[in-house]
Design a protein around this ligand. Structure first.
Ligand code: ZN
Length: 299
């Protein structure tokens, strides 16, 4: 077999003997690109990496049209955390905060925190959104709770991030089929959970994906599917920025033009792409009828 990619990759797999399906995401350059956009405090850096890995991880077993995003807003010092994975495996993310941030950063201690998972196509207005119950300090435990509730199936999620890599591992017990022995199923699931519990963050972060899976689960008949490549990428465009400016209205656009010698500059916070609009551009975009379903932000 050819050497499999070890970074920026999503692996789906089955543990055939145990009746468990899984996804393993390992990010390298894509994570470092996102992390480099701001000088994140260590606790937030780690959480952003985990959330970025998780946004890819959660696309593993769904048919995705558009993107999957994880968004956290709170009234605490961590104001916003946003990560997204598109159906083409493009990843982006950012966080906004006020210093000082509490460390460690416990999700269940954030004031008025809301975390949403949104799946779908923003441009077509087809979106599904689910809220994650933030009753745990960690992101992995919180997302596990979301899965157990939404799919009524046991799930185990591990997330880890350091300066080089962001990694996520998710296991789900597959629904028992007719004739299966439920006790046997539970034994198999418990066995896999125990094996998974031996995995520390350091090993998760340093191991090549297929080696990790074979080492942990070789007795469970690991079946790997074709890996999916992932990469840093942004869905911003001049059209989306124009729609965002149009949504601000004429007064705000005029004020922005006046403030900067007749030119508006918009810089994408995800990818640092610069967009420039002069008075003629602004007049043109304001005269266009707002497209139905146009997003209200440059995201
Ligand atoms: Zn961008």
């Amino acid at each position: 077999m050819d050497e499999l990619p070890v970074d920026d990759v999503l692996h789906r797999f089955l543990l055939e003997r145990a009746g468990v399906r899984g996804t393993l995401v390992r990010l390298g350059p894509a994570w470092r690109e996102v992390a480099a956009r701001a000088d994140y405090p260590p606790a937030l850096h780690a959480l952003l990496g985990e959330a970025l890995a998780a946004s890819a991880l959660l696309t593993g077993n769904i048919k995705l049209d558009g993107a999957l995003s994880i968004e956290l807003k709170s009234a605490a010092a961590l104001r916003l955390l946003f990560t997204e994975c598109s159906d083409h495996g493009r990843l982006r993310g950012l966080a906004r905060w006020n210093a000082p941030l509490p460390a460690p950063l416990a999700l269940d201690a954030l004031a008025d925190a809301v975390m949403a998972i949104t799946i779908g196509n923003v441009d077509r207005g087809q979106r599904y959104q689910g809220l994650v119950d933030l009753r745990h300090a960690g992101l992995a435990e919180s997302l596990e709770g979301y899965f157990v509730q939404s799919e009524q199936l046991p799930a185990r999620i591990l997330l880890a991030a350091d300066g080089e890599h962001a990694v996520g591992l998710m296991l789900q017990k597959m629904p028992g089929e007719g004739g299966h022995d439920a006790v046997q199923d539970d034994d198999a699931w418990n066995r896999v959970v125990h094996l998974t519990a031996t995995l520390g963050a350091a090993e998760l972060l340093t191991s090549a994906p297929e080696q990790l899976l074979y080492r942990l689960y070789h007795e469970e008949s690991v079946r790997l599917f074709e890996p999916r490549p992932l990469a840093f990428g942004c869905s911003c465009s001049r059209e989306r920025v124009s729609a965002m400016l149009r949504s601000l209205g004429r007064d705000e656009v005029e004020a922005a033009l006046a403030a900067r010698d007749g030119e508006i500059e918009v810089i994408c916070e995800f990818c640092a792409q610069h967009y420039h609009f002069d008075r003629i551009d602004a007049e043109h975009l304001l005269s266009m009828a707002a497209a139905p379903g146009a997003p209200g932000t440059a995201q």
